[in-house]
Design a binder for this molecule. Structure first.
Ligand SMILES: [Zn+2]
Length: 238
């Protein structure tokens, strides 16, 4: 086998490796994993947000509870005064009655506030539970898909390594300058070596000059297409 025959084989393995690389990137499960990861991140953010909100509501709840207690205690203290007959005059009793009514009103307001807050806290806690459930569900799905995905990657990786070993074996039989030329062409033209089809370049379809075709017959010569620069290959020589 001449250098060109080896290079042709080399290109076949090299391109198959590229295909496996693409396959690895395009495993459909990968997109679902990315989707799930984004979803989980959003849910975590929501969880933090609602947790903070719940903390604040709890603090408010404690404060109002405390205020409620103070009012209730004042009310009770006044009531005890009447019980213990500390109230001597009708005027005093009148005033206490007035205060009692005011306190009763304040208590009713605090009760309203408390009720509203308790409702808020309850709906927050419902939301939090829902988010926690969603997170658990998504995490479960993620780890299931992840292990499937890892298996597929492993399979692709294995085939890739087999191809690479074959390609690298051929690489050792090629000159550095030829490989450098190959890599340059691959980067700029996607394919570096092309077959001749009906005296035309298999890369750009340009008809090849008689002189070029003549040069190709010489053993060991590397001939490039005058139009696209790709290395021309006339087929296996054995
Ligand atoms: Zn060409």
């Amino acid at each position: 086998m001449g250098q060109l025959d080896i290079l042709w084989e080399y290109q076949i393995f090299d391109m198959k490796m590229d295909k496996y690389n693409q396959m690895r990137k395009n495993i459909p499960l990968r997109y679902r994993l990315i989707e799930l990861r984004d979803y989980l991140m959003k849910q975590q953010e929501q969880l933090i947000k609602y947790n903070d909100e719940a903390d604040k509501k709890n603090n408010t709840l404690n404060r109002i509870n405390h205020e409620y207690e103070i009012i209730a205690n004042t009310f009770k203290a006044d009531y005890n005064k009447i019980e213990n007959t500390q109230v001597k005059t009708l005027k005093q009793l009148d005033e206490m009655h007035k205060t009692a009514l005011e306190l009763k009103e304040k208590l009713a307001k605090k009760e309203e506030e408390l009720e509203a807050l308790i409702n808020d806290v309850q709906s927050l806690s419902t939301k939090l539970n829902e988010i926690r459930r969603n997170i658990l569900k998504a995490k479960k799905e993620y780890s299931g898909i992840k292990s499937q995905y890892d298996q597929e990657v492993k399979k692709i990786q294995k085939e890739y390594q087999t191809l690479k070993a074959k390609r690298d074996d051929l690489r050792s039989k090629l000159s550095d300058s030829l490989i450098a030329k190959y890599n340059n062409l691959k980067n700029s033209r996607n394919t570096a070596v092309v077959k001749i089809e009906n005296n035309c370049c298999g890369g750009c379809n340009m008809a090849l000059a008689a002189l070029v075709l003549e040069k190709l017959k010489q053993e060991g010569s590397i001939v490039e297409c005058e139009n696209c620069g790709r290395i021309l290959y006339s087929g296996s020589s054995d």
